[in-house]
Design a protein around this ligand. Structure first.
Ligand code: XMP
Length: 535
């Protein structure tokens, strides 16, 4: 990456010096992000950092305590990730979780070996000594284990403070130095009272004040944007989703008319959405927004394209082309604002390391984030105020910024829009059929008061036809799938148990009101093994 290309501002811990914070060193556990979330839920700022961060850099960031996450490796592996040994000398409390505990034990002179009995899943924990870590908790705790190694020899100063039937060292402590280790995962919901253990470490051991909140975040984000941007102009590609809309509100509050938004209509939005959105932003919110009608360009490019990955690539490439052309016309701009979220930034950390080889691995399921997104080598500097936030935190920020509920509570919508929900070739007619069916799904889910309870609810148009009978006439028409899922973050999802009367209302309305559809089916697959979108 050259300096003229995109650049990101560095860590936020130091910028929250007024607040106490916890640094989490990420050793690649699937639960690392969850630790950060749990701490933020306690109103304490926390950030995931690469495990290799130096003690000096950590000191500069000034956290109140350190958590070492779990990870897929064994601490005695050749490629096992280790932290800077000077971290133990910083005088900060440390909580090691699973791999983090084993690493701490080994590095401080203890012994870690493969367990005789591997523990995966629930295990009853017996607290031997409550101390600060288990303060206020029962002596028996239902915990969640996932380990094949155990600490069999404790470093000096440590003692076992909890055990399970198979693990005598299920929690260890050197209270003098404020070093604690837990073999189980307090961050997962299956560990009953796990949040209490995290709170005990964060508030009582590390002494953090629980005062971090969204209005504080907003103030410092506005300040940061003003300092970074100065008098310069900022461009934002507005999609109408929660992230880009909230970003537009934040930037508008920070820099007013120095912000220009561009809304590219690819022709794949839901019914009436482009008009609604542009009208709201321009006339109600008084935010500069340029409407770019690129509908015919996109549909022409998609002629004859059937393969889902090809579709995504065609749309992604065309989006970048339109964006570049139009931003030249509107520009020049120095900065590009993006709604990049924390999970997008930390996905590139150690969590993609193959435990067997120590090599980075990336599994491509769909080429998501390149679609409807922009490449990283555009000639702009980046402004990414959300790069430390989780999705639900953006929603809370939206509330703080008084973004109207209609936008704030919107379901996620994929960058390539309805084009990946029209299976097979995308034509204007098929898009219209889907748009009408999709409208009904949304209207009915809202009318039944379930819109907020599902993660997404939408229609998909199949590329096949089936036989039906309408008014004594044989029909041979399209089929629509209803897809509704519940999910925390879109990474995993379950099919929503929508009430039969709602499904019935949707089905009746679609076959009666949408011409060319004679059958409606309901998708009852979770993710995994399916994905939420069909393409
Ligand atoms: P899947 O289909 O992978 O989707 O289970 C997970 C979540 O991501 C959304 N999604 C996208 N979002 N650009 C986006 O911004 C995309 O290309 C894209 N594809 C899927 C999807 O709607 C779901 O919420």
């Amino acid at each position: 990456m050259t300096t003229a290309q995109t650049s990101r501002s560095s860590s936020n811990l130091k910028d929250n010096s007024l607040n106490d914070s916890i640094a989490i060193l990420d050793f690649g556990s699937q639960y690392s992000q969850l630790i950060a979330r749990r701490i933020r839920e306690l109103n304490v700022f926390s950030e995931l950092l690469h495990y290799s961060i130096s003690a000096e850099e950590l000191k500069r960031l000034n956290p109140r305590g350190i958590i070492l996450s779990g990870g897929p490796n064994s601490v005695y592996d050749k490629n096992a990730p280790k932290c800077d040994p000077d971290i133990w000398k910083l005088g900060l409390p440390v909580l090691g979780v699973c791999y983090g505990m084993q690493l701490m034990a080994q590095e401080l002179g203890g012994i870690v070996e493969p367990s005789k009995v591997r523990e995966f899943g629930r295990a009853m924990l017996t607290v031997i000594h409550h101390g600060l870590l288990f303060k206020g908790m029962d002596s028996s705790i239902d915990s969640w284990m996932s380990h094949g190694d155990s600490v069999v020899g404790l470093p000096s100063g440590f003692r076992a403070v909890a055990c399970t039937m198979d693990t005598p060292t299920a929690a260890v402590a050197d209270e003098e130095r404020g070093f604690y280790g837990v073999q189980f995962h307090p961050e997962v919901v299956h560990t009953k009272g796990g949040q209490n253990i995290i709170r005990n470490f964060v508030a009582d051991v590390a002494g953090c004040s629980q005062n971090w909140n969204m209005s504080m975040f907003l103030e410092s984000a506005i300040q940061e944007v003003r300092e970074r941007v100065g008098e310069k102009r900022v461009l934002l590609a507005l999609s109408g989703g929660v992230d880009s809309s909230t970003l537009a509100f934040l930037l508008h509050r920070a820099i007013g008319d120095q912000l220009s938004c561009m809304f590219i209509d690819q022709g794949f939005m839901r019914k009436n959405e482009p008009e609604w959105l542009v009208n709201k932003f321009a006339h109600e919110f008084h935010i500069n927004v340029q409407y770019v009608d690129a509908r015919s360009r996109f549909i022409n490019k998609l002629a004859g394209v059937i393969d889902p990955e090809d579709k995504r690539k065609v749309i992604g490439t065309e989006f970048i082309r339109v964006f570049e052309e139009e931003s030249k016309k509107l520009g020049p701009f120095d900065y590009l604002a993006q709604g990049t979220l924390y999970p997008d930034v930390i996905e590139s950390s150690v969590s993609t390391v193959d435990p067997a080889t120590g090599e980075r691995v990336a599994v491509k399921i769909k080429s998501h984030h390149n679609v409807g997104g922009l490449p990283k080598d555009l000639q702009f500097k980046l402004v990414e105020p959300f790069s430390k936030l989780f999705k639900d935190e953006v929603r809370r920020l939206a509330l703080e910024l008084e973004v109207p509920e209609g936008i704030r509570e919107r379901h996620p919508f994929p960058g390539p829009g309805l084009a990946i929900r029209v299976l097979g070739e995308v034509t204007p007619e098929r898009l219209n059929t889907l748009r009408d069916a999709d409208w009904i799904v949304r209207e009915e889910v809202k009318a039944h008061g379930l819109y907020k309870q599902v993660w997404q609810a939408f229609a998909v148009l199949l590329p096949t036809k089936s036989v039906g009978v309408m008014g004594d006439q044989r029909t041979y028409e399209n089929q629509v799938v209803i897809r509704a899922v519940t999910s925390e973050d879109g990474m995993t999802a379950d099919w929503a148990r929508l009430p039969y009367d709602l499904l019935d209302a949707i089905s009746r309305r679609i076959v009666n009101e949408v011409s060319g559809v004679n059958r409606v089916v309901y998708d009852i697959t979770s993710k995994p093994p399916a994905t939420i979108e069909w393409e």
